[in-house]
Design a protein around this ligand. Structure first.
Ligand code: FAD
Ligand code: NAP
Length: 316
């Protein structure tokens, strides 16, 4: 078995990368971070960011995150491409980290920063046409619908911002939302309402997404009076919220390693400490997360600073 790490960080989004930077720059010599998909996290799928302090120009998520892994690596954090299956704590007070290929690693402290992933809407046809007209990422797939009409489902910041982005590529965007009020910030709502390429389809739900072997041909929406409308679009972008990635904390007995909220978020205090000593949580995965890059980064720094204190306390 390999040596015991001081700290293992699970998840390389804004929270994990900042934790890695602060932990290694704060003097920890043996810090390893695991990322199973893209260093930079979910924001790399966003088309425009205008609220990260100091980044005055509007940038894409990829552009915003480009230098973060490099900056963390400069101070020595090891960044590994691998998925973590489970985090457990053994009787000797050391954490066992099981990778998806069943490799077992050990660490004195752990920061879990596995973030969140898009939720599905549950609409008929969503699974069948996923990747063939149904998408959860406008930056990734918008270009396939150049000069075509598309639909966006949802009424939060993600749906409205991505609808705006799609107007730069597509000829028209139907924004389908189940209410007539939006969850998105007022500034974004104002921009959407002013955009002549966006048609608001409010108080409406999607009954089904239909198509054929070549992909989506359209969707049937119904308003609250039951009036149906056929939107003949080849693409629908679904932005109906996020689900936290808490599976790594699930133990073999089906219980979570630490205290969780009813909605599956990790309960932490202001130091990002969980109910298990030496285990910290940061970013979207924790309770009451503001779900912002700047907040996730702040959590990562807080968690790392307190992980250093925890490790020092082991030697007292
Ligand atoms: P994430 O960014 O989700 O990163 C978690 C990482 O952990 C991921 O890279 C994931 O692959 C990895 N991971 C998960 N499970 C495992 C595992 N088992 N093993 C290894 N790695 C794992 N915020 C803003 O501030 N401004 C915006 O304009 C903005 N726009 C957004 C637009 C969209 C479309 C979306 C979806 C989100 C947006 N957000 C925005 C929110 C922001 O992206 C998140 O709040 C932030 O990324 C959370 O960071 P995090 O590090 O907690 O989690
Ligand atoms: P969100 O804020 O939870 O909004 C989800 C939207 O989808 C809501 O309008 C909801 O309707 C609708 N919805 C949920 N389930 C549905 C279903 N099954 N069918 C149809 N509609 C459904 O999610 P989000 O927009 O992904 O944002 C997630 C978090 O990231 C938020 O905290 C957000 O502020 C943050 N974020 C921030 C930015 C930014 O700062 N610029 C950008 C993107 C995301 P109801 O309103 O009726 O519930």
């Amino acid at each position: 078995m390999s040596e015991i790490s001081d700290l293992i960080i699970v998840g390389g989004g804004p929270a994990g990368l900042t934790a890695g930077l602060y932990a290694s720059r704060g003097g920890l010599k043996n810090v390893v971070m695991f990322e199973k998909s893209v260093f930079g996290g979910q924001i790399t799928k966003s088309s425009e960011i205008e609220n990260y302090p100091g980044a005055v120009e509007v940038v894409t998520g990829l552009e915003l995150m480009e230098k973060w892994p490099e900056q963390a690596a400069r101070f020595g954090v090891k960044q590994e491409f691998a998925g973590v299956k489970r985090i457990s704590k053994a009787k000797d007070n050391i954490f066992d980290i099981t990778l998806e290929d069943d490799t077992l690693l050990r660490a004195k402290s752990v920061i879990v920063s596995t973030g969140s992933n898009p939720k599905k809407s549950g609409v008929e046809g969503e699974d069948e046409f996923y990747g063939r007209g149904v998408s959860f990422c406008a930056t990734c797939d918008g270009f396939f619908y150049r000069n075509k009409e598309v639909a966006v489902l949802g009424g939060g910041d993600a749906a409205l911002e991505e609808a705006l982005f799609l107007t730069n590529i597509c000829s028209k965007v139907y924004l389908v939302h189940r209410r007539d009020e939006f969850r998105a910030s007022p500034a974004t709502v104002a921009r959407v309402k002013k955009n002549s390429k966006i048609e608001l389809v409010l108080n409406s739900t999607v009954k089904k997404i239909y198509g054929d072997a070549s992909g989506v041909n359209g969707l049937i929406v119904a308003d609250k009076n039951g009036n149906e409308r056929d939107l003949k679009v080849p693409g629908i972008f679904v932005f109906v919220g996020m689900k936290v990635n808490n599976e790594v904390l699930l133990q073999e007995d089906g219980k979570f390693l630490c205290e969780m909220s009813k909605s599956g978020e990790v309960v932490v205090d202001l130091d990002m400490k969980t109910s298990v000593s030496g285990l910290f949580a940061a970013g979207d995965i924790r309770i009451n997360a503001a779900k912002q890059v700047v907040c996730a980064a702040g959590d990562g720094a807080t968690a790392a600073i307190n992980a250093i204190s925890y490790l020092e306390s082991l030697h007292e």
